[in-house]
Ligand binder design. Structure first.
Ligand SMILES: Cc1cc2nc3c(=O)[nH]c(=O)nc-3n(C[C@H](O)[C@H](O)[C@H](O)COP(=O)(O)OP(=O)(O)OC[C@H]3O[C@@H](n4cnc5c(N)ncnc54)[C@H](O)[C@@H]3O)c2cc1C
Length: 385
């Protein structure tokens, strides 16, 4: 029987960040268990890599205020690259109610200490990107420190630093059982044998509810398919562009390599473990792309390069962080609802603090605990892309 101080189930970006933060805080015996033969085969390897502080709730903003500067100094701190590119996020409002919403968010963001966000007038957006169809754009908001990271590199950087400093990573090992005794968690069963431990972290991404069930915990996290379409090389729109969000329908895009990466949340999508790319999505998204950027009419895409992955959705679009109320020693880091890459640094810090000290300063841990659902204390995040 092996032993570990903390076992983390899942070696995606969230498990990797928790391993890093625990190890950096002095925990010398962290074991990450990943069922795949390589890291990144879950949601992390499918992500768009967007990072932003332009959220609507204080707790989401707070998590970004830790995470984005962390990504900005990632290479320096860890000695590995995360590929942070501060090209910004530009929200384009097409209705007065969007503008009022952006203004209310902006006021919260500034009050919480975000310095680089500003409201922009419609004419300024037209000046920045004359390629956009802007007859219906009434204004927007822009934050220059928002941008993109390379999720795979960040995940590998977190994990490499942790294993360089004593953590262990088991690949090709699935957790098949979680053992409990009168004191709470006492170990896990895996395809490589048992591990005794008093602390287990569920960092299993879209599979979090299945893993929670192994510990007898009901977790309201559902997988929801998201599809992304990369274009062929296209040089008629600037590659210095931010993530641009068309608030009329949620279509958004950003530069990627020599082309662009197109995204849209299809309201017809239903929960489930669907990871096949649906070819009919291409026409849907290209229609929206050409509607906002007329020159995108001539965009070429190769359906074989498009992909699908899974968001891990919670009912209020906030993650579930902290110890499960009914199982001492069982910690949750789940349900990022599309924000798991950008909030991975903060999540690592919060979980590490909660595990090692029982408290945390970064956010009010009570807000994000699992008990909020039973107690009716949901905190709806509406700035979800
Ligand atoms: C198309 C798409 C675009 C996205 N865009 C963004 C974006 O722009 N910005 C952003 O912040 N987020 C984005 N996200 C969301 C983000 O990718 C996820 O929130 C994040 O990757 C979650 O990381 P994770 O480590 O929790 O999960 P994962 O990366 O899924 O890792 C979980 C790991 O757990 C392992 N596992 C599961 N069960 C077991 C078990 N029983 N035993 C052992 N291992 C197990 C899995 O194999 C997997 O490797 C996007 C997601 C998708 C799909």
């Amino acid at each position: 029987m092996q032993a570990a101080e903390v076992v983390i189930i899942g070696g995606g970006i969230v498990g990797s960040s928790i391993a890093y933060h625990l190890t950096a805080a002095g925990c010398k015996d962290v074991l990450v268990i990943e069922r795949e033969t390589a890291q990144g085969k879950g949601s992390t390897g499918k992500s768009m890599g967007g990072v932003r502080a332009q959220f609507s709730t204080p707790v989401s903003i707070q998590m970004s205020l830790y995470s984005i500067p962390f990504y900005a100094s990632f290479d320096e701190r860890l000695g590995y690259p995360a590929g942070y590119r501060p090209q910004g996020y530009l929200f384009c409002a097409t209705h007065e109610k969007h503008l009022a919403y952006l203004r209310a968010n902006y006021e919260k963001q500034v009050a919480m200490g975000l310095k680089d966000v500003r409201l922009v007038a419609a004419d300024e957006i037209r000046g920045m990107f004359p390629q956009l169809r802007s007859d219906d754009i009434v204004g927007g908001s822009f934050c220059s420190t928002d941008g993109f990271v390379d999720p795979y590199s960040a995940m590998v950087g977190f994990m490499s630093w942790a294993t360089d400093h004593g953590a262990r990573l088991w690949k090709n090992a699935q957790v098949s059982g979680i053992r409990r005794d009168g004191g709470g968690i006492c170990g896990v069963e895996t395809t490589r044998g048992g591990v005794s431990t008093r602390r287990v972290v569920n960092a299993a991404g879209p599979w979090a509810a299945e893993v929670a069930k192994l510990a007898g915990v009901d977790l309201p996290v559902q997988p929801l398919r998201r599809m992304l379409v990369p274009t062929e090389p296209f040089d008629q729109f600037p590659h210095t562009a931010p993530m641009i969000i068309d608030m009329s329908n949620g279509f958004h895009f950003r530069p990627e390599s020599l082309g662009f990466l197109l995204a849209w949340n299809d309201p017809e999508e239903t929960p489930g473990f669907k990871t096949d790319f649906e070819p009919a999505f291409i026409e849907k998204i290209l229609t929206r792309a050409a509607n906002r950027v007329p020159m995108f009419e001539s965009l070429a895409v190769n359906p074989k390069r498009a992909w699908a992955g899974l968001y891990e959705m919670t009912p209020d679009h906030h993650p579930i962080l902290g110890q499960a109320p009914t199982v001492p020693g069982f910690f949750l880091a789940n349900g990022f609802s599309g924000h798991g890459v950008m909030h991975a640094p903060a999540t690592g810090k919060i979980l590490s603090d909660l595990i090692l000290t029982g408290t945390c300063n970064l956010v009010d841990p009570g807000l994000l605990g699992l008990s909020r659902f039973a107690e009716g204390r949901l905190i709806e995040e509406t700035a979800v892309l």
